[in-house]
Structure formats: structure tokens, C-alpha cells
Design a protein around this ligand. Structure first.
Ligand SMILES: Cc1ncc(C[n+]2csc(CCOP(=O)(O)OP(=O)(O)O)c2C)c(N)n1
Ligand SMILES: [Mg+2]
Length: 574
């Protein structure tokens, strides 16, 4: 049988390193389904919502370098969109195949017709419709190359008739070339940078995801300069090593004061591979140096004085010999002591927590304690992010991810599916919000179907907790943030996933331990207190005023119990 376009697609995906596709089949996607079935080497992971397919593919890409998801005509591929935004903004190479109606129906307002170019333009680096087999043969290798090299999403829309048409010859190379060149600033720039560092006393390093392959070099730099190491959320899992004397914590809304202060009090801040978006958490008055592979992002988040384009590892390797050893440890020791002090505060268990009102931080501390050294954590957008940011530590080779750039809910479960599908040897832990889990609850069925041994922890505060807090610090009454939830653990049990319910403090540790030791999928439904506050490292007067206004409004509405509970739950954190 001669090859059709779908067979050719399968060949190209395999050649690009794709091992599995996350998809829901249907209509114009069926020829691709058939080609994958006949070929037999790509795994088809049948998720229950295409948004999950995109998140899972994104996670697969994060682990393996490339991921693939597919959606059928119209609504099928429309569902991919949120996960694709997430992948594109996280720099994850994802190939998305959006099948569409037949070419002769284009522009006729046909059943399930969309305009994929308009639809996917804002969440992709490459976005084309292959309207003929010849076009497909030219577009597909380019889509792969761009996804890999520019690090993002490539969408190929594939009409059903093209998918089953005989394939055309590929005029270009089938191999995608990904550069591994040495990439650093030139010699004059390196000398200039060394001079800036040598001429100043207190140096603070601020590391992001872009520094993840340069952990050793960053540590050598800190050692030579007695510099502090602070990090962004995406950088934390590589640098948050409690045993290191250089670690000072995370900066930003979810960070701790020592992370923020180390940047503020330094003479020179070195931003290494970070595009941390909150300018209000960046210092204003000291010298800021930024090094990043992407020249176009340099200076966009802070008042940068010196900007250099380069890979962090390559750059630091060349820079290090030009730097003088700094002897003074005063700044480092002060900042590190502050970090240690702050860390201790988070770890004070609330043993007297009332039934159904467990302290989420206690749960996170125990998850961190019983997780394996190389666990992959996925965290939902919401308060679980805060607990993970503060309490999940690097250990030996852990990995932690979430929807850190796009900030979309419901990401943790499908990302965990992608992690479990692509790495069978590491423990996968999903830290879910109750709002997040219910949003893509159907994909528990994917966990059931494939029996992925994911450890799912639900921080069930019966509330859109982060939004509740957001409203309170802005002076609003937290209206429409409560939820009446189904018993998630019982749902899990019905789905052949071990279900565990935790309502009391004394059960917390044994149940979390039991879940971690369970050899298979497990969901732990932890009833947490929605009033636990998470104070950012820097509180503005407006936030305090907003919070006070809400409390006064609540008292005015007779909500005395709520105010009392909030004050009690938050008193330690404040
Ligand atoms: C898809 C989506 N919808 C809405 C929001 C706004 N939002 C951010 S956090 C959040 C609450 C999340 O609730 P939950 O998952 O229960 O987590 P919690 O904060 O309670 O821990 C909402 C509604 C969002 N980020 N993404
Ligand atoms: Mg919640």
C-alpha cells in the first residue's frame, strides 16, 4: 500500500523524536488514528478532554524535548487551546495536529468549521493549514524544526481529505537540526561583566529556569563571590537546596522575604536565565545585569544596566576565571540567616487544627518529606502553588512544574499524566486544588484507564482559595468562591484509583505516607482550611487596607465566625 499523508505524518513525528500522542479521535482525525494504529510504534494516549492532551504533551516535551497532541475538527481542536497557550509560553516544543473539515468545504460555514489560523495564531510559533499533500510535505518538517528551535508550539491543521490523500515527495531534509553551539557574550563583554562584578562587594544571583543546566556553574560562582542564590518559581527546584549556605529563597508574590531582600540589598544583581515578570519585586536602585539566551527579553522586566546574550552555562564557564575571590561573607550570612529563620516559620505544624480545617502547609511539608528524591511534582494554579513554592525542596533530582507563565487552572492532573506516560521510572506527584481537579475531573478516567501510578493530593478547601484571598486583599467580599464538592476520594475508588480521605490532623502523616508507598494510582482528599493566609514577602499598604476593609465589611454583614477563623488561621503567617 502506498503511503498516504497520515502515514507520512507518523514517519515525520517518529523522526522528530515523538514517542506518543495525546488525543481524542474523531471525524477528520480518523485517518491519522488509522496510520498510527497500522504503524504500531507510536503510543496513542486517549485522554478525556483535549485540553488535557495539550498539557500532557507539553509536559512530555518538558521531559523528552518534544510532545504531540491532536484534536479533531472544530470543537475537538478548539479544546486544545489553553494547554497550547501554556506550552507555547513555557517554551515547550509541542506539535499540535488540528484536523479540519475537507478542503472543498472551506469557507462555507460547514459543520464544525473553524478558522485555525485565527484560532491558533496567538499560541504558536508556527501555524499553517496543509491544504494539499505537497504543502504538507513542505510544512511539516518546518513545523518540527521551529517547535524545537524556537521552543514553542507548531500547529498543522490537516483537512480530512488531505490526511487520507497519497503522500507527496518531501523536497527538504527530514532531519530537524537543533543547534548545540557554544553560546556566550564576546570577550570584550565578558571582561566588562567581570569588571562590574569585581568592582562591587555584595553580589546577588537570581536564577530562573534558563539556568537549570548551569547549577554547578552557579554554585561555583556563588562560592567564589560569597554571593546569595535566589530563584524564581521555575528555577526553584534546581536551586532550593536547604543544605546550601548560599540559598536565600524565592522572590516574588509566592516567595519569602530573604529572596526579595537579597536582591534589594545587593550592590549587583545577576539575573541568570530568568524572565520573572513582576517588576515590582525587582530592585530599583542597584546595578542589574541580565544574561539570557533570548536577547529580545533582556531588560523587559527590570531596570537592567548591563545585558548579555548567552547560554548561562557557557557564559559562566568563561566568566569564572576572570573573577576575583571575595572574602567578605557578611551580606551572604545575613541573608542566609534570614532565609533559615523564615523557613522555620513555615514548618510549624498546626496540630490543633479543627476537623476539615487542616493546615495546607502541614500537608505540603509531609508530601515533601515522603516524596522520592527524584519525584516529578506538578502543581495547580491556585494556593497549591504557594504551598509547593514554599515547601517542596530540591532533594537529589526532583522536578517541579506548573502553569507558571500562563497561570491556568487544572494543569496539575494532565501534566502529571504527561509525566507518568513519558517517564515510567520516576514517582509523579500531582498537587491539585479542588477547583482545579474538578475542572478536568474527567481525566481521572485517563489515570484509571492506563493505571498511571500518580500520587494525586487534593488540597480540598471547598473554595477558589487564591481568588478568595485576592478579593480580600482588594477589599471585596469573597463572593462566589465557595464550592460544594463531591467526595473526590470516593469518586477515585469507583474509578479503580485508591482513594484516601483525610479530615483530622492525626491522620495526615500516616495517610500521606501510605499514599506515597502505594504501588499504583492514588488520590488523597485532604480537607484543608480555606482561610490559611499566604503573605507575600512584601505587603503594600493598599493590600493591608484592602484586607482590613473586607474584614470590616464582613463584620458589617454579621460574618463574625469567618473573621475569627481568618484571624486564627492567618496569625502565624502574618
Ligand atoms: C482556567 C482558569 N480559570 C480561572 C482562573 C482564575 N483563578 C486563579 S486561581 C483560581 C482558584 C483555584 O481554586 P482551587 O483550584 O480550588 O485552588 P485553591 O486556590 O483553592 O488552592 C481561579 C479561579 C484561572 N487562573 N484559570
Ligand atoms: Mg480550592
Amino acid at each position: 500500500m502506498s503511503m498516504n499523508v497520515s502515514d507520512q505524518l507518523v514517519e515525520m513525528l517518529k523522526q522528530a523524536g515523538v514517542k506518543r500522542v495525546y488525543a481524542i479521535t474523531g471525524d477528520s482525525l480518523n485517518p491519522v488514528n488509522d496510520a498510527i494504529r497500522r504503524d504500531g510504534t507510536l503510543e496513542w494516549i486517549h485522554v478525556r478532554h483535549e485540553e488535557s492532551a495539550a498539557y500532557a504533551a507539553s509536559m512530555d516535551a518538558e521531559i523528552n524535548g518534544i510532545g504531540c497532541c491532536m484534536g479533531s475538527s472544530g470543537p475537538g481542536h478548539v479544546h486544545l487551546i489553553n494547554g497550547l497557550y501554556d506550552a507555547n509560553r513555557s517554551g515547550n516544543p509541542v506539535i499540535a495536529i488540528a484536523s479540519t473539515c475537507h478542503t472543498e468545504k472551506f469557507g462555507s460555514d460547514y459543520f464544525q468549521e473553524t478558522n485555525p489560523i485565527l484560532l491558533f495564531n496567538d499560541c504558536s510559533k508556527y501555524n499553517q493549514i496543509a491544504a494539499t499533500p505537497k504543502q504538507f510535505a513542505t510544512m511539516m518538517p518546518r513545523a518540527i524544526q521551529i517547535a524545537k528551535e524556537e521552543k514553542g508550539v507548531s500547529v498543522i491543521s490537516l483537512p480530512g481529505d488531505v490526511a487520507e490523500a497519497p503522500a507527496a515527495d518531501v523536497p527538504s531534509s527530514l532531519k530537524s537540526y537543533v543547534t548545540k553551539s557554544v553560546f556566550r557574550p564576546n570577550d570584550i563583554e565578558i571582561k566588562e561583566l567581570a569588571e562590574v562584578i569585581n568592582n562591587h562587594k555584595k553580589i546577588a544571583l537570581y536564577c530562573g529556569y534558563g539556568a537549570k543546566d548551569a547549577v554547578k556553574e552557579v554554585e561555583l560562582l556563588a562560592e567564589k563571590l560569597n554571593a546569595t542564590i535566589a530563584y524564581s518559581f521555575r528555577g526553584k527546584i534546581f536551586f532550593d537546596k536547604p543544605e546550601s549556605q548560599y540559598t536565600v529563597g524565592m522572590n516574588g508574590l509566592l516567595g519569602n522575604p530573604s529572596g526579595f531582600k537579597s536582591l534589594e540589598k545587593a550592590d549587583v544583581v545577576l539575573m541568570l536565565g530568568t524572565d520573572f515578570p513582576y517588576a515590582e519585586f525587582m530592585p530599583k536602585d542597584n546595578i542589574i545585569v541580565q544574561i539570557d539566551k533570548r536577547a529580545e527579553i533582556i531588560g523587559r522586566r527590570a531596570k537592567v544596566d548591563y545585558g548579555y546574550q548567552g547560554d548561562i552555562k557557557d557564559t559562566l564557564e568563561v566568566l569564572l576565571p576572570f573573577l576575583n575571590v571575595k572574602k567578605d561573607k557578611d551580606f551572604l550570612e545575613k541573608m542566609h540567616a534570614l532565609y533559615v529563620e523564615e523557613e522555620k516559620k513555615y514548618e510549624k505544624p498546626k496540630e490543633d487544627a479543627k476537623e476539615n480545617k487542616l493546615n495546607p502547609e502541614d500537608a505540603a511539608v509531609l508530601i515533601n518529606k515522603y516524596a522520592s528524591e527524584d519525584a516529578i511534582f506538578t502543581v495547580d494554579t491556585g494556593m497549591t502553588c504557594v504551598w509547593a513554592a514554599r515547601l517542596i525542596k530540591a532533594s537529589k533530582n526532583r522536578y517541579l512544574t506548573g502553569s507558571f507563565n500562563h497561570g491556568s487552572m487544572a494543569n496539575a492532573l494532565p501534566m502529571a499524566i504527561g509525566a507518568a506516560a513519558s517517564d515510567k521510572n520516576r514517582q509523579v506527584i500531582a498537587m491539585c486544588g479542588d477547583g482545579g481537579l474538578s475542572m478536568l475531573l474527567g481525566d481521572l478516567a485517563t489515570v484509571m484507564q492506563y493505571q498511571y501510578p500518580i500520587k494525586i493530593f487534593v488540597f480540598n478547601n471547598r473554595s477558589l482559595g487564591m481568588v478568595k484571598l485576592e478579593m480580600e486583599v482588594s477589599g471585596y467580599i469573597d463572593w462566589q468562591t465557595n464550592m460544594i464538592n463531591p467526595p473526590f476520594d470516593k469518586i477515585a475508588e469507583l474509578m479503580n484509583i485508591k482513594g484516601i480521605e483525610v479530615k483530622n490532623y492525626q491522620d495526615l502523616e500516616p495517610k500521606i505516607k501510605e499514599a506515597m508507598e502505594h504501588n499504583g494510582p492514588v488520590l488523597v482528599n485532604i480537607y484543608t482550611d480555606s482561610d490559611t493566609l499566604a503573605m507575600p514577602p512584601k505587603i503594600t499598604f493598599e493590600q493591608m487596607r484592602g484586607f482590613a476593609t473586607t474584614m470590616v465589611k464582613k463584620i458589617g454583614l454579621g460574618k463574625f465566625n469567618e473573621v475569627e477563623n481568618m484571624v486564627k488561621a492567618g496569625i502565624d503567617t502574618l
